[in-house]
Write a protein that binds this ligand. Structure first.
Ligand code: BT5
Length: 264
């Protein structure tokens, strides 16, 4: 069976979002939707434009890692955002996107999607979605943020790295999911959550939502940092989005950047 193609006209038809997806560009094959969106943003394109692709030949994760993006199996998209925030607040956008993605997956599939700090969405401990936030700044000013989202929708596990899965694999039906329905729901949810973010100074609600969806709270974790690895009990994230790890000596470390390498 031929997979349905995600077309801009289908993605935007009666979408009725205010900002996110008011313009959508759908590509066939690209190196990375984040690279396309970055170039468009540098050219001055307005916020809310979203770039989709059927396939990425150089889909990327953080720290030069690869994002496996088989043709027409997943959702690969990048949003251009221009929030009036300082660069040191940009991590909040990743938190927002994690909540929007997890809630959308829950709503559309009924599966219990959870967030693994900092940017993974898991189902039954397997990664089904990743988020890559990139930005351009000048001095202390944030020019734009590119929010890249990859979701494994109908991807067979055989095409994915170890520890990854897709919505279709997890729901265990033979039917394919509609990427179109999921993508439209995601744009709507992101639009709502981003509007709320821009209207409110305090991001307490976002932090609470995030913590309620966390896969790590109370679990013993190993976190790899730039130059060392720490181990302890994962707690909530703080108001900046740092993961609080309670070390065995009782000291609480707030980790702003790193990777969770082991959970028990
Ligand atoms: C991420 O990085 O999880 C961010 C992924 C963002 C992908 C989107 S797709 C649209 C947009 N355009 C892009 O080029 N990127 C964004 P990170 O946390 O660094 O995780 C990367 C790691 O996840 C890899 O090293 C693999 O171990 C694993 N991985 C790779 N492809 C995967 C996939 N399709 N599903 C699950 N895990 C994957």
């Amino acid at each position: 069976m031929v997979d349905q193609i995600l077309l801009a006209e289908d993605l935007t038809r009666r979408l009725s979002t205010k900002v996110i997806g008011r313009e959508v560009l759908s590509y066939n094959v690209v190196d990375s939707t984040n690279s396309i969106a970055f170039a468009l943003a540098e050219g001055g394109i307005r916020e809310g434009v979203v770039v989709f692709a059927e396939e990425q030949t150089k889909g990327r994760g953080r720290l030069r890692r690869t994002w496996v993006s088989p043709r027409s199996k997943g959702i690969y998209c990048s949003l251009i955002l221009r929030p009036a925030i300082r660069p040191d607040k940009a991590a909040l956008i990743t938190l927002l996107a994690s909540v929007s993605c997890a809630e959308t997956i829950r709503k559309v599939t009924g599966l219990r999607a959870q967030i693994r700090w900092p940017n993974d969405i898991l189902i039954d401990n397997k990664k089904v979605c990743g988020i890559l936030t990139e930005m351009q700044t000048t001095d202390t000013k944030l020019n734009f943020i590119i929010l890249g989202i990859g979701i494994n929708v109908n991807t067979p596990r055989s095409k994915l790295p170890l520890g990854a899965s897709s919505l279709r694999e997890e729901i265990k039906t033979r039917e394919k999911f509609s990427r179109l329905e999921l993508a439209r729901e995601l744009l709507r949810r992101l639009d709502q959550d981003y509007a709320y973010f821009k209207q409110h100074k305090s991001q307490k609600k976002l932090i609470t939502q995030w913590n309620n969806l966390s896969a790590l709270s109370g679990k013993r974790v190993k976190v790899s940092l730039a130059h060392k690895t720490i181990e302890g009990l994962a707690q909530d994230i703080d108001a900046q989005g740092a993961l609080i790890v309670r070390l065995d000596n009782g000291f609480k470390q707030h980790v702003m950047a790193g990777d969770v390498v082991k959970v028990r």
